[in-house]
Design a binder for this molecule. Structure first.
Ligand SMILES: [Zn+2]
Length: 464
């Protein structure tokens, strides 16, 4: 009899705990979970190309295990079997993490290093996992009128604005991802906090660790601002309602912190991580375009040697070959490569400036229409470069044996005087826009004109 009544009490307690946790209903969504998976897979491929993903058995294994533990603790009714989870560590200093629809999650090294306990890492990951489970990315897209599946590429191409030469595409992609998938409303944030807290408790972590991590992030925010906060706005009273939720939850047995500590040691043995801002300034590491990543070529303002009369042919990744003066070097960014003489590309007033040289690259074009895609690219260049204007435009020409357009721009040179910029554009067989941009100060066009002609005429595309 005594035993029975104790059993009854236990059962009642469990029932109370379950009833007390806040019920969160996923927002309206016109996408299928399969579409979440597809969008997330495509976006993740892009992220893996652009971000410095860590490839280390111990660190990857650690995140995989921790991720799997959290997925195991996810509310059954939200965890769709089609989701494909992955947990990738990113070699970035910023305290950040993000998840894409359908399951791919990226956790910055800076986040793991800033965490005092495994619970803090688990907290941020649980929060991100909750966004996946509640399908907030595509719920966002559902709210945005006129957004269709397949429009992700369009959103990216439409964002080819802003930034300097060479960063256009990279920023475009981030703008696209950020706008469509990763900027959450305060209402979604609170949902993710609550479901995240519930996941944590079941996995054996105290949800207050999540509140602690948010406070660490907030403190960092005052010294320059991690991007995490711009995509995950604070709904207000975060610590309060997470603590409140935590007090209603039964916390499972706490996992050992040993692997967490080993991983921290491992991370501390790696070379220093860069910040996202540093990588954006230098071009990404991931771009498989040939040439060495990023960088600068000497100092803006120092003497720029005239183009050599010797030429050499170089590969532009898989896509093209080009012949350049032998005293120019190749610098690859994300979807573009610059060919520049010494001191032709470097820092100027806190930005990167290209004063002499050629840039070849690819811009996403959703229209498949050369005139329209060219216009979008030119608009982006004009908007992204202060004082730049179209000086002559739209002449028909040939590039790599295909119909092309040449547009001339003029803008203030970092060296003083006027910069002359010619933009050659043609469509690739997949509908994307291939461009070759030549840049030199107006008064040196005599010296550079011949070299530019030769470079542009030498371009061969491998896509046909
Ligand atoms: Zn969030």
């Amino acid at each position: 009899m005594k035993l029975l009544s104790r059993l009854v009490i236990v059962i009642t307690l469990t029932a109370t705990t379950v009833a007390a946790q806040t019920k969160v209903t996923p927002p309206k969504n016109k996408y299928t979970p399969e579409q979440d998976v597809q969008i997330g897979r495509e976006a993740a491929a892009e992220v893996r190309q652009q971000y410095p993903i860590i490839n280390d058995d111990q660190i990857n294994g650690y995140l995989d295990r921790l991720g799997a533990r959290l997925v195991e603790a996810a509310p059954r009714e939200l965890n769709n079997p089609v989701f494909q989870y992955s947990f990738s560590p990113v070699n970035l200093k910023d305290i950040n993490a993000f998840a894409l629809p359908g399951g791919p999650m990226f956790v910055n090294r800076g986040m793991m290093e800033a965490a005092q306990t495994e619970g803090e890492v688990a907290g941020v990951m649980s929060h991100e996992l909750a966004h996946v489970l509640l399908r907030h990315g595509t719920a966002n897209a559902t709210k945005a009128q006129g957004f269709q599946i397949g429009a992700l590429a369009g959103a990216i191409a439409g964002a080819v604005i802003g930034g300097g030469w060479g960063q256009v595409i990279q920023q475009g992609s981030q703008f696209g991802l950020g706008t469509w998938l990763m900027k959450y409303s305060r209402e979604y944030e609170k949902q993710a906090d609550l479901v995240g807290a519930q996941i944590m408790a079941r996995a054996g972590y105290d949800p207050r660790d999540l509140a602690n991590m948010f406070e660490t992030i907030q403190r960092q925010g005052r010294n320059g601002g991690p991007e995490w906060l711009s995509s995950h706005p604070n709904p207000g009273n975060r610590t309060q309602y997470i603590t409140q939720e935590a007090s209603q939850l039964a916390i499972g047995p706490r996992p050992s912190q040993q692997r967490f500590l080993q991983t921290k040691t491992r991370l501390s043995q790696m070379g220093p991580a860069r910040t996202m801002a540093e990588i954006e300034r230098n071009g990404t590491v991931g771009g498989n375009t040939g040439g060495r990543p990023g960088g600068s070529a000497g100092r803006i303002g120092d003497n720029v040697p005239a183009p050599s009369r010797q030429y050499r042919t170089v590969q532009g990744g898989q896509l093209f070959t080009v012949t350049i003066p032998s005293n120019w070097q190749a610098l690859s960014a994300n979807n573009s490569i610059k060919y520049v003489p010494a001191n032709g590309y470097g820092d100027f007033n806190g930005q990167r400036a290209l004063t002499h040289g050629v840039e070849a690259g690819v811009a996403r074009a959703s229209s498949g229409n050369l005139d329209q895609a060219t216009q979008t690219l030119i608009d982006g260049f004009v908007r992204g470069n202060n004082g730049m204007r179209v000086a002559g435009g739209g002449a028909s020409s040939q590039l790599a044996g295909c119909r092309a357009i040449v547009t001339s721009l003029q803008g203030p040179s970092a060296l003083g005087g006027v910069e002359r910029v010619d933009v050659h554009t043609t469509l690739l067989s997949n509908g994307d826009l291939f461009y070759v941009v030549t840049v030199a100060p107006e008064q040196e066009v005599g010296v550079y004109g011949e070299a530019f002609d030769r470079v542009v005429r030498s371009v061969k595309l491998n896509d046909r």
